[in-house]
Ligand binder design. Structure first.
Ligand code: NDP
Length: 336
């Protein structure tokens, strides 16, 4: 067979396989594979909902891009982020979750069962959908930032601040997150440089006042990060430029924290699910229910405040219990 015929045959096989699975009907579909999604999967499996999970492009979520995790209960000696997510995956799989690599490209929540399209080709009909697509930290976009990510560069002070105890660090951003994280870091670190691109903060007055009243925080106004400097292994400094005077200087720091906001990965649900102006999905307080019947949301896709693996896992558990109770109530109505 020629190469063209061979690849056409392969394509035809894949197409037939996909078509044969088209309109597969599932009880519980989980979108996203971070701590929230896997915890939902563990609980849904044990409740016999036979969950199917689509992992998304970054299987395992944000934690697969971090190094050591020391604040997740149950790991007395800490654990590497990717290894922890592998443990989550194995546990969900062992209990029966059908984990698939695929990206949900669109949804149609206009009627029951819900329609979810994967990789633009395959349609799944789902009685319940658990959204656990997480959020992504915004980055400055410097090559050196990516190079040292996990090796001195972090987007989470609460997760990684401890590794810089007694050292000098810098944080970029001027919103509430940056202000909160700067004061958090100031308790652990010797000195915290705060790099603010304008001549004022965006953060609330109360948060700014906390920053201004913390002796070991030095604010660099009108300043932008030019480069993160390192020795090839880890961060050794940060070069900043004053955008009014053009003066450049290098701060001797071993940690660099980026706190310029997060973006929830919820674009595909826009128009269906109620969200705030940033895209965080709105859930009923104290539950994971959304404005759409049978659709639940957990983890960072609905949480702009805590954003921790353990809080995401907690809401993942809630989502599976909410889905189970919703299905049980429906079954009761149908059979009654
Ligand atoms: P925000 O969008 O509020 O702030 C982002 C900050 O990062 C801004 O100061 C912005 O600067 C700066 N920034 C953006 N891009 C760059 C860049 N390329 N270089 C340098 N600086 C940059 O995000 P937050 O995460 O701080 O907050 C998100 C939401 O969560 C807000 O509504 C906030 O109030 C809320 N929140 C509330 C908390 C609380 O109540 N305890 C705690 C944390 C967050 P600029 O100002 O110049 O645009």
């Amino acid at each position: 067979m020629t190469d063209t015929k061979l690849s056409f045959a392969k394509f035809a096989d894949k197409y037939k396989l996909l078509m044969s699975q088209e309109n597969e009907h599932v009880k519980c579909l989980i979108i996203g594979s971070g701590p929230a999604g896997y915890t939902a999967a563990i609980y849904a499996s044990r409740a016999d909902l036979k969950p199917v999970m689509y992992t998304g492009l970054l299987a395992g979520g944000q934690l697969t891009q971090t190094t050591e995790v020391e604040n997740y209960p149950g790991y007395p000696n800490g654990i590497m982020g990717p290894e922890m997510m592998e443990d989550f995956r194995k546990q969900a799989e062992r209990l029966g979750t059908d984990i698939r690599y695929g990206y949900v490209s669109s949804v149609d929540f206009s009627s029951l069962p819900h329609k979810v399209v994967v990789d633009d080709i395959k349609t799944i009909l789902a009685d319940t959908v658990i959204i656990s697509t997480g959020a992504s930290a915004k980055w400055l976009g410097l090559d050196s930032e990516q190079k040292y990510s996990g090796f001195g560069v972090s987007a989470c002070a609460v997760c990684d601040g401890f590794f810089f105890k007694g050292q000098d660090v810098a944080i970029v951003g001027a919103g509430d997150t940056a202000a909160e994280e700067a004061t958090y870091l100031a308790k652990l670190c010797r000195k915290v440089y705060m790099i603010v691109r304008r001549d004022e903060f965006r953060a609330s007055k109360a948060m700014v006042s906390r920053v201004l009243n913390t002796a070991n925080i030095e604010i660099l106004y009108d300043s932008e990060t030019k480069e993160i400097v390192g020795d090839g292994q880890s961060v050794t400094g940060v070069t900043v430029i004053n955008n009014k005077t053009n003066e450049t200087k290098t701060l001797d720091v071993t940690g660099f924290f980026v706190a310029i906001g997060h973006k929830p990965n919820t674009d595909i649900f826009r128009g269906w699910i109620h969200m705030d102006e940033t895209g965080y999905i709105k859930t009923t307080p104290g539950s994971t229910t959304t404005n759409i019947e049978g659709v639940f949301c957990c983890g960072d896709a609905q949480d702009h405040i805590y954003r921790q693996a353990v809080t995401a896992a907690g809401t993942g558990c809630m989502a599976a219990i909410d889905a189970e109770r919703y299905l049980a109530a429906k079954e009761h109505i149908v059979t009654a």
